[in-house]
Design a protein around this ligand. Structure first.
Ligand code: NAP
Length: 310
């Protein structure tokens, strides 16, 4: 009964240490030193595409340490029919919510303007805006989007979410479901947050057509995936004023190459894919639970629907 750790080497120690604290008897090996491939039952993968997993004839499950599995589903040699679980971790969820709530509050309280005013020694007196007057829309009302929606709702923001299916998120959160309701969802937003998984349907979803449904001066926060954003369309929307400011944590190419126009764009704030990272201290329990489920032939927790892509 062997677990193969095929995620990034720099993450390995924290995960294997946490797993061994929970169960010292675990036999954990590291890519590419797996020994007899027929002994590998369970593979843990991270943010980069793993090697060819089809070489393990008795593989029972694949566990991602990341919430998004788009890179894994597109990887070469992914064995058919082996269940895949993604990471749902309270540390990751809390971290994402803190990041997004911080960005929304900073935007609504004019943080960037006030910091610029201080640099210019300008006494910029403005009327503070109240949260209740800010309409925030979240694309993707799943694990992460729902937690953010509830925290923003608790702060009195006017919150709505868009997902494939309708949701009951509680409080004053409004739910919009399906592509036909996307224009109504976008119509009068002050701040749009993208927290969709990357699939064939959501690739390039943040494009000129979608921006065309937003009011002038909207703010975009993309914490989903870089390939969901049409970069040229964003630059055009920033130039026209349709989008006033963009806060981007994810990019088509990571690290973002040095000559990229986003780096020094005055209307873009960028962070290097650090909104939320899974922590071994809170995520290892679920990995061990899934390992035990896989060994017992039971369904995994947080199993990915491969047909839907998330
Ligand atoms: P999740 O629980 O699976 O939620 C995904 C949501 O997106 C669901 O509400 C789903 O709708 C909706 N959705 C998917 N495809 C859709 C479509 N075509 N049209 C409308 N709605 C659609 O995922 P999560 O845990 O919240 O994570 C979301 C994503 O965040 C991840 O996939 C990852 O890409 C990103 N992420 C980024 C970071 C970072 O540091 N920047 C960290 C973690 C995760 P239904 O519920 O109706 O199916």
């Amino acid at each position: 009964m062997t677990i193969l750790y095929a995620a990034e080497a720099d993450e390995a120690a924290q995960w294997t240490d946490s797993l061994r604290v929970l169960d010292p008897s675990l036999d954990i090996r590291f890519w590419p030193d797996w020994g007899d491939p027929a002994t590998v039952d369970f593979v843990i993968v991270g943010g980069r595409s793993p090697g060819d997993l089809s070489v393990f004839p008795k593989l029972k499950a694949i566990q991602s340490t990341w919430a998004g599995v788009n890179h894994l589903l597109r990887s070469q040699g992914l064995p058919q029919g082996v269940p895949i679980a993604r990471m749902v971790d309270r540390g990751l969820t809390g971290s994402m919510t803190e990041f997004v709530v911080y960005q929304v509050l900073d935007e609504w309280r004019r943080g960037a303007e006030l910091r610029k005013a201080q640099r210019d020694a300008c006494w910029l007196e403005t009327m503070p805006r109240l949260a209740k007057d800010c309409r925030v829309g979240i694309l993707g009302l799943g694990t992460l989007g729902t937690d953010i929606a509830r925290k923003l709702d608790g702060l009195d923001f006017s919150v709505r979410g868009w997902s494939r299916s309708m949701k009951e998120a509680g409080g004053g959160i409004r739910s919009f479901g399906g592509a036909e309701n996307l224009p109504a969802f976008l119509g009068d937003l002050d701040i749009l947050i993208c927290l969709l998984p990357l699939t064939a349907e959501t690739e390039n979803i943040l494009d000129a057509k979608l921006f065309g449904h937003l009011p002038d001066g909207a703010v975009l926060i993309n914490v989903g995936r870089g390939a969901q954003l049409n970069e040229g369309d964003l630059l055009a929307a920033l130039a026209s004023g349709r989008i006033r400011r963009a806060i981007l944590d994810v990019f088509r190419e990571e690290p973002l190459p040095e000559p990229h126009p986003f780096w020094r764009h005055p209307q873009i704030t960028l962070t290097p894919h650090v909104a939320a990272i899974t922590r071994a201290g809170t995520g290892a329990d679920d990995i061990l639970e899934n390992y035990r489920r896989a060994m017992a032939g039971r369904p995994l927790v947080n199993q990915v629907d491969v047909r839907k892509g998330y």
